[in-house]
Design a protein around this ligand. Structure first.
Ligand SMILES: Cc1cc2nc3c(=O)[nH]c(=O)nc-3n(C[C@H](O)[C@H](O)[C@H](O)COP(=O)(O)OP(=O)(O)OC[C@H]3O[C@@H](n4cnc5c(N)ncnc54)[C@H](O)[C@@H]3O)c2cc1C
Ligand code: FES
Length: 280
């Protein structure tokens, strides 16, 4: 007869109820939710890892944890309203509850001591890079030059714009750019891959981390390769429509990979051939 055993349930499968402690309107349709679990400490995570974030009665979605990974007291999720789940999450107010499972996925490799850091973000792609930004400025002495190029369609769409000055003060060169000229904007105009190339920030001693729409990542990787950044020093974070989050349903397949299991962070050579393949 088998004796009763302790539960072996995978903690990643167990939703933990979290409470909203603050909510910040970022850009149109995007908010950052700061939350704490109601049953203890938040789980540890690495930059770029995701939580499966759930709205009661609706469902759960993959959302990058955008707060610094060393911030143990709370987590932040920067969420853009897309469909039913993200609409419910972005409507929440302080004191509201939702659930999180995690952390899931691969992380940025920040163990690139002595190398120049090139971070490139398009639109809400800065969310999975924000924890990398804080990791780099916290241990700034580990790296050579450190640069962030962030692009958006318009100045109103530049995510976390109120933090750029702080990041600059801590040794990260931040270059923001918008797609088209607009009244009152005297800053850069142009696409992220072009700005990366024009600034001349990439070379054989650079490590790059890139997040944005597939076309932006593909073109940025192309420019980085042209500047002699080694292909395996180009990291990208992939976003695919997910369902199970567990490598079971095949919904997030990209070439030979399933993004929820093998990503979101991947090295360029692993996805070069399949990056521009459209989702079904
Ligand atoms: C690794 C990863 C990290 C992510 N990080 C964030 C984040 O930090 N913040 C955030 O707001 N969202 C993030 N997402 C996207 C988020 O998971 C989806 O927007 C969410 O599942 C949409 O759920 P919904 O019910 O609100 O909308 P749905 O009704 O499911 O979708 C609304 C529309 O968006 C499309 N869609 C859904 N998911 C995706 C996707 N992943 N890529 C492209 N189109 C999609 C659907 O096809 C549909 O057209 C991430 C996704 C992945 C895979
Ligand atoms: S979401 Fe099911 S395999 Fe990735």
């Amino acid at each position: 007869m088998t004796s009763p055993t302790t539960s072996t349930t995978d903690p990643l499968l167990v939703p933990r109820v979290h409470e909203v402690v603050a909510i910040l309107d970022e850009i149109p349709d995007v908010v950052t939710i700061r939350c704490v679990p109601i049953d203890g400490e938040p789980f540890s995570f690495l930059p770029a890892q995701i939580g499966m974030v759930g709205a009661f009665g609706i469902g759960e979605a993959a959302i990058s944890i955008s707060s610094p990974a060393t911030e143990s007291g709370f987590h932040e999720y920067t969420i853009r309203r897309a469909g039913a789940i993200t609409s419910a999450l972005t409507r929440m107010r302080s004191g509201d509850q939702f659930w999180v499972r995690g952390p899931f996925g691969t992380a940025w490799d920040l163990d690139v001591d002595g190398r120049d850091i090139v971070l490139a973000a398009g639109g809400i792609g800065l969310a999975p890079l924000r924890s990398a930004v804080y990791a780099v400025i916290k241990q700034r002495e580990r790296y050579g030059a450190a640069t962030l190029v962030v692009g958006a369609r318009s100045s109103a769409q530049l995510l976390y714009a109120n933090e750029y000055e702080l990041w600059r003060e801590h040794g990260l060169a931040v270059f923001d750019t918008i797609d088209e000229p607009e009244p009152g904007w005297s800053g850069r105009v142009g696409f992220v891959p072009d700005i990366v190339e024009q600034l001349g920030i990439a070379g054989p001693s650079a490590s790059a981390m890139v997040c944005g729409p597939d076309i932006m990542m593909s073109l940025t990787a192309e420019r980085l390769l042209r500047a002699d950044v080694p292909a395996d020093q180009i990291q990208l974070t992939l976003e695919r429509n997910m369902q199970c989050g567990n490598g079971l349903c095949g919904h997030c397949q990209l070439g030979p990979m399933v993004v929820c299991r093998d990503g979101p962070v991947v090295r360029y050579p692993a996805v070069a051939a399949s990056l521009m393949v459209k989702e079904l």
